[in-house]
Design a protein around this ligand. Sequence first.
Ligand code: ADP
Ligand code: MG
Length: 188
Amino acid sequence: MALVTISGFPCSGKTTRAKQLKEYFESRISASEYDGPELSVAIIDDDISHVPRSSYDTSALEKPARASLFSNVSRSLGTDTITIVDSANYIKGYRYQMYCAAREARVRVATIHVVAPPDKCKEWHEKRGECSYKPATFDNLIMRFEEPSSMVRWDSPLFTIPWDEEPPFEDIWNAILKGDKKPPPAAV
Ligand code: ADP
Ligand code: MG
């Protein structure tokens, strides 16, 4: 039914947001006023795609990691599922590829940009301890990050969520349930 792509710096709070979104969607689906089709919500992330943090150390390792994530996403897409992709998703071309798969599967899309300043991400990264990135990899992922843009159709509709704000849950729900009512962005 929908593909929700989460994008953000390493340790910016992507997984936290993915879980909050899943919980919110499930509460809407089970609410008595919901009269849409039966839906389940799936989170596809690096862990279930067997992508360890070290995959981001080199592009040779990252390529098959991305392919593994992509095939899990493709498999999950369907009219009865809301698929949330919880990964860095920091490459424009990769988000485009997922968007095309979503179109092919005839599901709606939304992109969530989880935003926290690099210093905050670093602080959280140090606190988290386990499953950490190498320092150089961490910095690289921030440097290479290709920010989602609402001007391109594959990142649109785009919801930008600062770390210290409540996500616009209802707007995101409406976007995937009813589609984007705004005129389509100019083709790029
Ligand atoms: P990511 O999935 O991007 O690596 P996580 O959601 O796992 O990030 O969060 C990384 C760490 O940062 C966690 O330990 C979490 O407690 C903390 N964290 C994430 N988002 C916030 C937030 N908005 N405010 C405070 N701490 C946060
Ligand atoms: Mg995570």
